[in-house]
Design a protein around this ligand. Structure first.
Ligand code: PLP
Length: 412
C-alpha cells in the first residue's frame, strides 16, 4: 500500500486565506451591492514593462524560425542573463558575485522551498515571526518540525519575533546555536527593512556558529534609501554563510510570467558527516540540473530586458507607482487614527490594530465599515497578532477609493 508523507497532515496552512474568503463571501452575500476592494494579496496589478514585452515578442519570432529556434537551454539559465544580473545587481554595488554563481529559476517561492533538498534533516532552524509562510511550511513538509500548537507555532522551530517592540529587527539568538536562518528584507509582511549593521550582526553570528543564512531579497527594488543594503553580499563575510533569493515578480511584474534567481557563492561550504568540506554550489548545481530544465528562453529574454536602459526606467516607474500607493495608504490610515509601519521600502503596510482589537477584529471592522479586505497579521505568525497587512499592489483608483472610505467611515 502506498504511504503518504504524513508531515503534510501537520500543516496549518490553508487556514488563513480560506477563512478570509469565507468571511468576504458571507459579507458579499449579505451585502450584494457592496463594492469590495481587495488590498490583501501580494500580487502585482500593473502590466509588464514595454521593454520586457518587446523582448519576449522578438523571442517568440525567433522560435518561429528553424535558424533561431531554441530547444532546451542551460538548466542554470542563459549566460547572457546571468552576466547581466551579476554585473548590474551585484558587481555594480560592490558585491563580488560571479555569473556562474547565479542560478535562474521560475520563482523564489520554489527556490526557497527546494533549497531544503540539499540540506540535512536535523538542522536547528530559525524563522522570524511573523514570516513568509513558505519557509515554515516547506520545513513542516520535509519533516523538520513537530506538530503545531494552538498559536500555530511548530515544535522544533525557533521563532524570532519582529514587532514594534524591537523596531522590527530580528534579534540574533546569541544564547543559542542555530544552523539555518531565514531572513527576508525588505520584509513580507511587516514592510521593515534591514540596515547593514543589522545584517552584519547576523553574518557575524552565522560565521561564528557555522550557520547558513537564507536571505530572501524579493523586495529589494523597493528600497528607497540607497545607503541600505540591497543584497546580503554587501555585508562583509556574507559570501561564506549566505544564499540569496531574488525574483523578477515584484520589480518587473513577473508574478504571472515567472523568473527568479538564486545566488550560491562558490565559497560557501558546509561540513559533511565525514568531516569533508562540501561546496553548496556543487550540490545545488546537481539538484538544479537533475530536477529542473530551465526557464523558457522567451521569459529569460523578457527578464534580460529589465537591464536595458528602457527596462530600467520602466521598472523604476513601476516600483515608484506602487510606492506612491503605499505612501497614500500610510498617510490616509495615519489620518484615520491608525498606527502604521512599513510601506517606505516595501509594498506592504503593517497596521497596528487599535487597542483591544485583534487582527481579525480589525479585518471585520474594515470589511464592514469600508468594504476593504486586508490580511490579518496573525495569519503570518503568532507575533503578527494585533497587526494587519495592507498591500500597495493595486490600481491608484482602488487605493484612492479604499482610503476615502476609510477616512469617511473608520475613525478610530
Ligand atoms: N519571497 C517573498 C518574501 C514573497 O513575498 C514572495 C511572493 O509574494 C516570493 C518570495 C515569491 O516570489 P516568486 O513570485 O518569485 O515565486
Amino acid at each position: 500500500m502506498v504511504k503518504i508523507n504524513e508531515n503534510y497532515l501537520k500543516l496549518k496552512a490553508g487556514y488563513l486565506f480560506p477563512e478570509i474568503a469565507r468571511r468576504v463571501n458571507t459579507f458579499a452575500e449579505n451585502n450584494p451591492d457592496a463594492d469590495i476592494i481587495k488590498l490583501g494579496i501580494g500580487d502585482v496589478t500593473e502590466p509588464l514593462p514595454q521593454a520586457c514585452c518587446d523582448a519576449m515578442a522578438k523571442a517568440v519570432d525567433e522560435m518561429r524560425d528553424r535558424a533561431t529556434f531554441k530547444g532546451y537551454g542551460p538548466e542554470q539559465g542563459y549566460p547572457w542573463l546571468r552576466e547581466k544580473i551579476a554585473s548590474h545587481d551585484y558587481q555594480r554595488r560592490g558585491c563580488d558575485i560571479d555569473a556562474s554563481e547565479i542560478f535562474i529559476s521560475d520563482g523564489s517561492k520554489c527556490d526557497t522551498g527546494n533549497i531544503l533538498d540539499i540540506l540535512g534533516d536535523d538542522n536547528a532552524i530559525a524563522v522570524t515571526d511573523p514570516v513568509y509562510p513558505v519557509y515554515v511550511d516547506t520545513n513542516v513538509m520535509a519533516g523538520h518540525t513537530g506538530p503545531a500548537n494552538d498559536e500555530g507555532k511548530y515544535e522544533g522551530l525557533l521563532y524570532i519575533p519582529i514587532t514594534a517592540d524591537n523596531n522590527f529587527t530580528a534579534k540574533v539568538p546569541t544564547d543559542q546555536k542555530v544552523d539555518l536562518i531565514y531572513l527576508c528584507f525588505p520584509n513580507n509582511p511587516t514592510g521593515a527593512v534591514a540596515t547593514k549593521e543589522h545584517l552584519q550582526e547576523w553574518v557575524n553570528y552565522a560565521k561564528s556558529v557555522d550557520a547558513l543564512i537564507l536571505f530572501d531579497a524579493a523586495y529589494e527594488a523597493y528600497i528607497t534609501d540607497d545607503s541600505l543594503p540591497h543584497s546580503i553580499y554587501e555585508v562583509e563575510g556574507a559570501k561564506d554563510c549566505a544564499i540569496e533569493f531574488r525574483s523578477f515578480s515584484k520589480n518587473a511584474g513577473f508574478t504571472g510570467t515567472r523568473c527568479a534567481l538564486t545566488v550560491i557563492p562558490k565559497t560557501l561550504t558546509a561540513k559533511a558527516s565525514d568531516g569533508s568540506e562540501v561546496q553548496l554550489w556543487q550540490l545545488w548545481n546537481r539538484r538544479h540540473s537533475t530536477k529542473f530544465n530551465g526557464v523558457s528562453y522567451i521569459v529569460q529574454r523578457g527578464a534580460e530586458a529589465v537591464y536595458s536602459e528602457q527596462g530600467q526606467a520602466e521598472v523604476k516607474a513601476l516600483v515608484n507607482f506602487y510606492l506612491e500607493n503605499a505612501k497614500i495608504i500610510r498617510e490616509k490610515l495615519t489620518a484615520a487614527g491608525l498606527t502604521v509601519y512599513g510601506g517606505i521600502h516595501a509594498p506592504y503596510i503593517w497596521v497596528q490594530a487599535p487597542e483591544g482589537l485583534s487582527s481579525w477584529d480589525l479585518f471585520d471592522k474594515l470589511l464592514n465599515a469600508a468594504n476593504i479586505v486586508g490580511t490579518p497579521g496573525s495569519g503570518f505568525g503568532a507575533a503578527g497578532e494585533g497587526y494587519f497587512r495592507i498591500s500597495a499592489f493595486n490600481s491608484r483608483e482602488n487605493v484612492n477609493e479604499a482610503m476615502k472610505r476609510i477616512t469617511e467611515n473608520l475613525k478610530v
